[in-house]
Write a protein that binds this ligand. Structure first.
Ligand code: FAD
Length: 425
């Protein structure tokens, strides 16, 4: 295993459960200290494809029954799933109609709220339509709303209170099943015979022999795939994309305790959720007007946010939440998504026998980590027993929904999926 973030630790747990002698190697100081530590840790079901929606719906049951999922108590304590509900504005290019059909089929309860209901239930929100999202130096930024929006609301969804602890919980459970974690150990080479992986080489020169290697390197994973020489047959590429997330005080009546939902707002290009302590956590949804900052060397990314992005997000928040008081100083962070071409992750084998990947998590897979581990376990078990997952993709039956997820949906060789083209997936 290369990487012990929330996905890597989950894969380690499931492979250990499956009887593998797991060694998880991470160059960081502990589990979940990579991009996982910056995650907004939102749990939602608003994806574009059937397989993605079932995945998130199934995964949520594991977060709700976390100790049962882990199978062991962690002396460091367990993460908590904080339910908030989810409000999703419908705007030009995003009416959610196809998603709602899938929600009906799968049984995800929801309602559609008109502007009057929105005002009644969330009086701190302005339901105005400001589309398209704009830069703040656009003279049209302050224009009045053209009409009013409707929104999809579900009581389902929320967030996990501590994303790093989630990875540590998974790593603890993996250790319970015999997995070994080695931190401050960097993989610099992939060892191979003519046609199969044989292990990894560390910067210390040590070689760890292994017939199975899983690349779960987060924003570093595209570089690791290049190192392994497995990009030749990948139809989907993935690379590191800089993000900034901020915390700011929520206005009166809009705190977690007031029942504030997490809000997806492609109309202004933001998402936000309540944060304990009377705060909002605020991130962006890659609107067309914002330049995307791709990062070639993930180690070069500054963890400090910029004044420019902060100002933009704060001004956009003030459009949607008129009582929002823009703080005098930024409080936030910068971290990297490992964004794939279609914003769908890659959970798959590779062209090199024994080398697997769980990457391209596109800023939207924290919530699916418990299932990502189980998906990799199915794919690794099947492949190492001689099954051709490329020709005949493994199906995963959800224990909660009883529905099948076609793991070919996460193939490196798929046609790009039709999605929102944003972090919403
Ligand atoms: C700002 C931000 C907000 C997000 N918000 C949400 C959200 O609200 N909801 C949601 O579902 N998802 C969200 N995500 C996405 C989610 O957090 C990620 O998909 C997930 O955390 C990725 O986990 P990972 O284990 O794959 O990667 P990481 O946590 O990045 O772990 C990769 C690990 O690999 C290690 N590594 C890399 N290279 C090497 C090497 N050569 N040798 C050894 N170790 C190596 C690193 O040290 C790191 O610990 C967000 C992501 C970001 C960045």
């Amino acid at each position: 295993m290369i990487g012990a973030g929330v996905i890597g630790s989950s894969v380690a747990l499931e492979l250990a459960r499956s009887g593998y002698d797991v060694v998880a190697v991470d160059k960081g100081p502990g589990a979940g200290t990579g991009s996982t530590s910056a995650s907004s840790a939102i749990i939602r079901f608003s994806y574009s494809t059937r397989d993605a929606i079932i995945t998130s719906w199934e995964a949520a049951r594991r977060w709700e029954n976390w100790e049962q999922h882990l199978g062991v108590a962690d002396p460091d304590g367990l993460v908590r799933y904080i339910p908030t509900g989810n409000l999703i504005f419908r705007t030009t290019g995003y009416d959610g109609a196809a998603m709602l059909e899938l929600w009906d089929e799968i049984g995800i309860p929801h309602e559609v709220l008109g502007p009057a209901e929105l005002r009644d239930r969330f009086p701190w929100l302005d339901p105005g339509k400001f589309y398209p999202p704009k830069r703040i130096d656009d003279p049209a930024f302050g224009d009045d709303a053209t009409e009013e929006l409707t929104a999809i609301y579900t009581e389902q969804g929320g967030f996990i209170d501590d994303p790093t602890l989630a990875a540590r919980n998974l790593a603890h459970a993996a250790r319970h099943h015999g997995a070994e974690f080695r931190f401050r150990s960097e993989v610099v080479g992939i060892e191979r015979s003519a046609d199969a992986v044989t292990g990894v080489r560390l910067s210390s020169g040590e070689v760890i022999e292994a017939p199975v290697v899983v690349n779960v390197g987060g924003p570093h994973s595209s570089g690791i795939n290049r190192l392994a020489g497995v990009t030749d047959d990948m139809a989907i590429s993935h690379r590191a994309l800089r993000q900034e997330v901020f915390a700011a005080p929520a206005p009166t009546g809009a705190t977690l305790e007031d029942g504030t939902p997490l809000v997806a707002d492609l109309d202004v290009g933001q998402y936000f959720r309540p944060q304990p302590g009377g705060m909002f956590l605020i991130g962006g949804t890659e609107p067309e007007c914002d330049e995307l900052h791709w990062v070639d060397d993930p180690d070069s990314n500054s963890e400090y946010p910029t004044g420019e992005v902060w100002e933009t997000y704060m001004m956009r928040m003030a459009r949607r939440v008129p009582e929002f008081g823009v703080p005098s100083q930024p409080t936030g962070l910068s971290a990297l998504y490992d964004a794939s071409d279609d914003w769908v992750p890659i959970y798959d084998r590779s062209s090199l026998h024994g080398f697997f990947m769980a990457c391209g998590t596109s800023g939207n897979q924290f919530k699916n980590a418990p299932l990502a581990g189980q998906y990799l376990r199915e794919i690794v078990d099947a492949t190492m027993s001689g099954h051709d997952h490329d020709a005949d993709p493994v199906k995963f039956r959800g224990a909660f929904t009883g529905r099948d997820v076609d793991l070919g949906a996460f193939s490196r060789r798929r046609e790009p999926a039709v999605t929102s083209g944003t972090v919403m997936g």
